[in-house]
Design a protein around this ligand. Structure first.
Ligand SMILES: Cc1cc2nc3c(=O)[nH]c(=O)nc-3n(C[C@H](O)[C@H](O)[C@H](O)COP(=O)(O)OP(=O)(O)OC[C@H]3O[C@@H](n4cnc5c(N)ncnc54)[C@H](O)[C@@H]3O)c2cc1C
Length: 394
């Protein structure tokens, strides 16, 4: 349903394209900073990656530099009733990451060590101690890392919460409205949408896996690649698992409040988000589902025999260096991008607030005009789905 679409031709201070967590958070904070904002989303708010994700909140997964950003994002989800007007099922549970093989032990110790040095409250422990925290995990694991602040959230409820907050703060929410092109005209941007044209002094590209297509409208070829993630959901089970469990490099497992077990894993890379239907490998989908279930049973033996009810996929964008892309587009001071954030749901509300601060000329709580985020760095890179980074992620 399109909302508040009355004055489509009116000029906005900023048009945010893409109503996932990144776009919603940016639009909300721009409006709270006094800007007249349009948020344009071709479907419903938070229905792509931001509504299909596993909802895990953890500082164990983002790059070490991003640990303080992830912790701020987690705090925002925890306090959502205060800034978003309502909570979306936040559960503080703690998280255990398990390592079974020698390679997994080495990877776990090295990666978690880096995050501890970056300030994450993670403890590496033997499996006996881990089983005192979560008796359901397998005694066959060799090593574990525990983060007491981990939790999860019902990400599929985020769209409704953002919608009422955005409307309450005066954002013109144009959902079910696809942006078809962006043109620069006389110092502003003209957006052609499925529901008419609109003008804005600034644009923010927050279109997740579809960012490259939009950047191309502004003459930029950004080497962003797209990966399919997969979720598998079991029937409702009796209480089995309290904490969020992961196996290093393999996937995550959590028991939702309704008893279903949620298994998250990754599928494969595709060349572009618009090619998902052509390039999704259905055999790999089934194999990966079986792999996720086997991993689940290895980590949590009590899962054996549980029936799988359904599986779905979602798309995530990645920069070649696996770091976020947030800030002004190269050569422009009025066009911005926000995306490619690993653990983007964890960090999303905070990153949107930081980008809004940058656009509003305010002092951000943590650095955002930083080389780590700079979209300009991408111009010197090429996508390489066979790179070490890509392989390490799969
Ligand atoms: C299956 C899965 C599991 C995940 N698990 C976790 C997790 O447990 N924890 C975590 O922190 N992160 C997780 N992530 C990552 C996280 O979900 C993403 O990083 C984050 O949601 C990205 O948000 P976004 O706003 O950048 O993109 P999206 O949520 O994809 O939003 C982009 C929006 O742009 C819109 N759009 C595209 N083209 C147009 C157009 N032409 N006009 C208008 N709108 C357009 C799309 O419809 C979409 O709604 C997971 C991701 C997936 C896919």
């Amino acid at each position: 349903m399109t909302n508040s679409a009355g004055d489509l031709s009116g000029n906005f201070d900023a048009a945010v394209i893409g109503g996932g967590v990144m776009g919603c958070a940016t639009a909300l904070h721009l409006a709270r900073g006094g800007m007249r904002v349009a948020l344009v989303e071709r479907g419903g708010l938070c229905t792509e990656a931001s509504g299909r994700n596993a909802g895990t909140l953890t500082p164990m997964f983002p790059a070490p530099f991003l640990v303080p950003y992830a912790q701020r994002g987690m705090e925002m989800w925890k306090t959502a009733p205060q800034w978003l007007g309502r909570g979306i099922g936040y559960q503080a549970r703690g998280g255990l990451e398990l390592a079974f093989t020698e390679a997994e032990v080495a990877g776990l110790e090295s990666e978690m060590g880096e995050r501890v040095r970056a300030g994450a409250p993670i403890r590496i422990m033997d499996i006996e101690e881990a089983r005192r925290i979560e008796p359901s995990v397998s005694a066959k694991a060799r090593r574990a890392a525990f983060c007491p602040i981990d939790g999860f959230i019902e990400s599929n409820a985020g769209g409704r919460a953002f919608r009422s907050a955005l409307l309450g703060d005066g954002v013109t929410v144009l959902d079910q409205t696809e942006v078809l092109s962006i043109e620069r005209r006389a110092g502003a941007f003209a957006l052609a949408t499925g529901a008419g044209n609109l003008g804005a002094g600034r644009v923010v590209l927050a279109a997740g896996a579809w960012i490259p297509k939009m950047a191309a409208w502004l003459g930029l070829d950004l080497p962003i690649t797209v990966r399919i993630h997969q979720m598998v959901v079991s029937e409702r089970l009796a209480p089995l698992l309290r904490v969020v469990v992961r196996i290093f490099g393999r996937g995550s497992f959590k028991q939702a409040v309704n008893g279903s077990m949620l298994l998250g894993t990754v599928l494969h890379w595709i060349s572009a988000a618009d090619r998902e239907a052509d390039e999704i490998d259905r055999v790999a989908l089934i194999r990966r589902m079986a792999w996720a279930v086997r991993n689940g049973c290895e980590a949590i033996p009590g899962l054996a025999g549980a029936r799988v009810l359904r599986t779905w996929t979602g798309l995530e964008a990645y920069a070649p260096d696996n770091l976020p892309v947030i800030g002004p587009l190269p050569g422009m001071d009025d066009a911005f991008v926000i995306g490619c954030q690993r653990s983007g749901f964890t960090c999303g509300p905070f990153m949107g607030r930081l980008l809004a601060d940058l656009i509003l000329g305010r002092q951000p709580e943590l650095p955002i005009a930083h080389p780590v985020f700079d979209p300009g760095r991408l111009l010197a890179m090429r996508p390489d789905a066979n790179s070490t980074t890509a392989r390490a992620l799969s």
